[in-house]
Design a protein around this ligand. Structure first.
Ligand SMILES: N[C@@H](CCC(=O)N[C@@H](CS)C(=O)NCC(=O)O)C(=O)O
Length: 311
């Protein structure tokens, strides 16, 4: 079996895609949490793992994969254990999976997530934030705004990674610009409504085609399209958006999909990861103030998520 090591943070959306795939493949892997709250993704040791300074990254024999899409493609191709997630695109089902993956990957989850954190009034029922750390949100927003300065300091301090930090700085500026643009965030949320109409229709079509009630997005078999969908639903649940996008009366098939997902072992394993780490994070956050880092919002997201799940 290939020696695999995953660098990740449990509440990071793209880390979740990699983690859920590893669980579906029922494979052993080594793991290292990259503490976004401490800005570890920008530490020289991690920039050596991936000059992008993002999670997830997967060490595989001979190389490091630094994008969640490359990671899941690799895992499904190389491992013949667990669920086969990506059918050949020479088949009709493979083309459907590919089509849905593209649609999900085109979503700007960062802007949707942090845009809702910046403008909490956009959340339908409120982000799942425990009162005890509600105040920390302001500090987190400030940290996001100070990200440019932090990256500039890193670029000056570590000349061997200067270009990588400057590249991150440009991306950071673009991202923050979008997150702070309320109209754009609203537009992305509206586009999600359209996507969910398509999802609901597809779920209905698949049920009809398969003649069973427990089919998945594109067929009777569970695929990568389902992984993409469940992590999106989890994210929207954390953002307090279930009432807008999926309830028993509004898009009941999507709601049913979500309920069935909660019974799946891999999804339970993924959610356990959130819980265990978020508890540690909460302890740390209560002990000391959060340093100014680009990724601090990710940690808050994790803590809130855990709290929400624990309800
Ligand atoms: N396209 C990449 C995106 C990875 C990404 O943006 N990861 C975020 C967390 S979800 C991250 O590491 N952010 C920290 C940073 O940019 O400093 C993938 O699919 O893996």
């Amino acid at each position: 079996m290939a020696d695999l090591k995953l660098y990740y943070f449990p509440t990071s959306f793209y880390s979740q895609k990699a983690l859920l795939t590893l669980f579906e493949k029922e494979t052993k892997f080594r793991e290292q949490i990259v503490l976004l709250m401490k800005g570890e993704q920008n530490e020289p040791w991690y920039m050596k793992v991936t000059p992008k300074g993002t999670v997830p990254a997967l060490e595989v024999p001979g190389t490091v994969l630094t994008d969640s899409e490359d990671i899941v493609n690799y895992l499904d191709k190389q491992l013949d254990t667990g669920t086969k997630l990506i059918p050949s695109t020479e088949t009709k089902i493979g083309q459907e999976v590919e089509k849905w993956r593209k649609q999900f990957n085109a979503l700007n989850i960062g802007v949707i997530t942090y845009g809702t954190v910046f403008y909490p009034e956009l959340s339908t029922t409120g982000i799942k934030v425990p009162a005890a750390i509600r105040k920390s949100l302001d500090a987190a927003k400030e940290s996001m705004r100070n990200g440019r300065k932090t990256l500039q300091e890193k670029a000056d301090k570590y000349p061997e990674h200067r270009e990588d930090f400057l590249a991150k700085m440009n991306m950071h500026d673009e991202r923050v610009g979008k997150m702070e643009n309320k109209e754009l965030v609203i537009q992305y949320l509206n586009e999600l409504d359209t996507l969910f109409d398509q999802i609901e229709s597809r779920l209905a079509e698949t049920r009809k085609e398969q003649g069973v009630a427990d089919s998945w997005l594109v067929g009777s078999r569970f695929t990568m399209a389902d992984i993409n969908l469940v992590i999106l639903l989890d994210r929207l649940s954390f953002l307090g958006m279930e009432a807008r996008y999926f309830t028993p009366s509004k898009r009941p098939l999507t709601y049913d999909f979500y309920v069935r997902m909660g019974k799946r072992k891999s999804v339970q394993q993924l959610r356990e990861k959130f819980q265990s780490v978020s508890k540690i994070m909460l302890g740390r956050m209560l002990k000391k103030s959060i340093p100014v880092v680009v990724g601090v919002l990710g940690v808050l997201a994790g803590v809130f998520y855990w709290k929400g799940r624990a309800k």
